[in-house]
Design a protein around this ligand. Structure first.
Ligand SMILES: [Zn+2]
Length: 135
């Protein structure tokens, strides 16, 4: 599994380990475990706090690119540019919320993998039913 697989599974909101199970049950609700391989998505309390870094990084990049693009082309007055960039700061994290979590989960699984047969640390509890948790 390489970075392309991690990013592909993240952008398709699929399980980072098997690539088949869906991570989300709705727009904000997330399955607790994978339906296919029973991988526990939230590996520890506060685990998804790290996805904020992914979301913040993307938003920052878009705002910087947007600022220089608008500033150097001069197609918008400064007040409109401020409102446009402010809207990006608010909307991008909301739109990218699920993808940031999926990518965070995927890269964590890539760098610190939990094997499928790992039953010692409750990451692969095959007996638990898949349930939903509200984000
Ligand atoms: Zn899975």
């Amino acid at each position: 599994m390489g970075y392309g697989t991690v990013i592909s599974r993240g952008l398709r909101l699929r399980c980072p380990r098997c690539g088949d199970g869906k991570m989300f049950a709705g727009s904000l609700s997330m399955h607790e475990t994978c339906d296919v391989c029973h991988y526990k998505f939230e590996r520890a309390p506060g685990y998804f706090l790290g996805s904020i870094y992914v979301n913040y990084g993307l938003t920052s990049i878009l705002v910087v690119i947007g600022y220089f693009s608008l500033f150097l082309t001069g197609i918008l007055p400064h007040s409109a540019m401020l409102w446009t960039l402010g809207a990006i700061c608010v909307l991008v994290p909301l739109i990218f919320f699920r993808y940031a979590r999926a990518l965070w989960c995927g890269f964590d699984q890539y760098w610190d993998p939990v094997p499928e047969d790992d039953e010692t640390n409750d990451h692969g509890n095959a007996t638990s039913m898949s349930s939903k948790t509200t984000a």
